[in-house]
Design a protein around this ligand. Sequence first.
Ligand code: ARG
Ligand code: ZN
Length: 874
Amino acid sequence: QTIYLSEYTVPAYLVDHVDLRFELFEDGARVHSTLTIRRNPQGSELAQPLVLDGDSLTLEAVHLNGDELAPDAYEEHDGQLVVANVPEAFTLGVVTWIEPQNNTRLEGLYKSSGMFCTQCEAEGFRCITYYPDRPDVMARFRTRIEADRSAYPVLLSNGNPVEQGALEDGRHFVTWEDPFPKPCYLFALVAGDLVEKRDSFTTVSGRNIDLRMYVEPRNAEKCDFAMDSLKRAMRWDEEVFGREYDLDIFMIVAVDDFNMGAMENKGLNIFNSSCVLASQDTATDAAFQRIEAIVAHEYFHNWSGNRVTCRDWFQLSLKEGFTVFRDARFSEDMGSPTVKRIEDATLLRTAQFAEDAGPMAHPIRPASYMEISNFYTLTIYEKGAEVVRMIYNLLGPAAFREGSDLYFQRHDGQAVTTDDFVQAMEDASGVDLGQFRLWYEQAGTPVLTVSDDFDEARGIYRLTVEQAIPDTPGQTDKKPQHIPFALGLLGAGGESLPLRLSADDEAPQTERVLDLREPTQSFEFHGLSEKPVPSLLRHFSAPVRVNYPWTREQLLFLMSHDPDGFNRWDAGQRLAVDVIQSLIGQPDSAEIEPRLVDAYRHLLNDTDLDQALVAKMLQLPSEAYLVELSESADVPAIHHARERVLNHLAVALRDDLLACYERNQGGGDYQLTPTAIASRSLRNTALAWLLHIDDERGRELANSQFEQADNMTDRLGALRALVNSGFDEDRTRALDAFYERFSDDPQVVELWFSVQASSSKAGQLPQIHRLLEHPAFDWKNPNKVRSVVAVFAGQNLPAFHNPDGSGYNFLAEQVRRLDDSNPQIAARLVTPLTRWRKFAPTYGQQMKAALEGIRDKQSLSRDVYEVVHKSLAD
Ligand code: ARG
Ligand code: ZN
């Protein structure tokens, strides 16, 4: 059942051309496929049987070179169609019958709110027709779609429309042709009653591209932001990566039922509605930013993924890590770069580090898997992007761009490996990335332990860095990795000190990137008159943990002096973590570090510092992050300690919070600039803190903001603050009013669900059960499942980790329920339980028991099987 990278072999047959004809009906669809196939010259000399993949297909006919094959000329079993005797080159015709209307897995061709759509990555194409479903088989596709004209006026596929016309019985057809060879995971089809939004883009070489968005009529007014984001992304990719769009049309479609965020099908990107539709009234600032990033991400895949694709699914990070790096840099350029970096590092340190320390830990290029859908992970995506970023930092922007150009030029039209990518970077720059390649092979988060001493007599400051990479399932005794370690040193007055690596260092910089390669390495900095304060791993120069015995004094100092915005924020986080951790298990009479209040007061009133950074610095470390940092987590104790600090700060800073709120009142037109976003974030943080201590003035402000808001960020901010307050009546009234106002907008209803599911005040288990009974809840819609079940288990830690184990059993029950209908979603939902070893035994044992309850279900999907069995293995 396990597939190994080491067992990769080239395909025995290649497909040059695919001709598809879809007959779409209400009770199913007939798919006629004609493949032009030839023996792979790189393959074995011996004649091989032709083996095609299939899943949930009813086979109706097979033709070889136009002649129907007798049933004994082929075999159909275990998800494969095998034709034993085939010539060197031939055409194969396959007719299959499928039932999109009953497809609840949302893989292959399925129906979502009355429209037909597809999701083929990674292995969904085999649910449409028999095919060599692997990314190293690249073919040109021609697709004819036939359907009822009134129900499905819009018929879309990849490439350019080449023919259309009327058929009998009110039916019609459109034929599409994609001139670029592609793997079948990039195939897409859409048929529905959709409105079209048009725009255009002129490329750098002067070609005019037709841009189109297709959405359900009720969403017609929610397309502008995505369309503008698309044009910004197209321009940016030309300017920064030299990538120009290649087809004449680029299309985006929004669908409500979608397992993931979006999909980069060639020329026809398909999006989860929540990742593309937005308006001032219905989308938060965070949603706008996510949409901009995802639209860019999918667009960027046109080169990093489509023109150059993956040889096999072990190489997934080749396209995902690189593309996330590209979209992150795009977002940095569009908004506040420091804030974007903080957000990415937070996600990595909270969730990816946890994954890397858990039972599913894998390198960014895994060596084996059972179900590839389980490997669309934070490790592949986010850590993969950090690995590309390290290459960028090691090479510098100019050489990195040359490496990227070489990669695209050398491999255009090919299916390649992560090693091909690193090789291009190495060849273009001359930088030795030999040891660096270990990042692709070894799992686990490296831990850097830093110590220092100061030789006063010689004026030398010495830093010693030890690196250790923890064991992960199947990997022990790892080799040291090549880690770019950026740092600076600060003098007592907060000034940046010159970093002289030798006594006669002429033009010393104030920031350096040290190359760590050994298990232990020491660095000496000369010409210093006093012991400096180190600012380590600036801008998060590598995805690692850093331990250094910072004193609170030093952290406070860095919080207000570090010229690196990222590390200023990081110092504040470390200080808050230290304070909260020191209170865990202490009586409520234990004193809370008085300097924390001073530091936060200073921040709240610091109008000189970038307000976007201030807004981030005011966020206390999340409970999930505190869990990740602990050995044997006791969630109620962590929750209690964090709440104490939050209450303490809010009480002490009440007047400063009110002043901050007033200062950031807004007014004027709604804008999406970093400044305006920061201002909204500050006022909503102030509101949340005030309501946390049930402040009466805060309550008035929240109620009036809730009523008068002209945008969703403020309305939801007020709602969230009220929901998490002790004002029960206000909570109920606001929730009801919000639902009433937005009940016909699924994306806003999802927000409404998640505000409740994430709240310890409104999301205890009986209340979660009530949400599941709500008429707007729908088990078939992944967004709804996520907004209640996944949010409860992932963001409402005190309720999920109820000591009686009810939260765990609840999650296990929902996983079992979803396993038959949508295994991909079910497998994702298991994640919180897989971390059972992280928690204090009374919790961990109950989590483990819940996992065993899933394991014992009859006929478990491969997706859930893999996650559960790996989590329970010792
Ligand atoms: N390639 C898509 C993206 O990141 C994600 C597709 C995920 N599909 C899946 N079956 N997990 O842009
Ligand atoms: Zn992607």
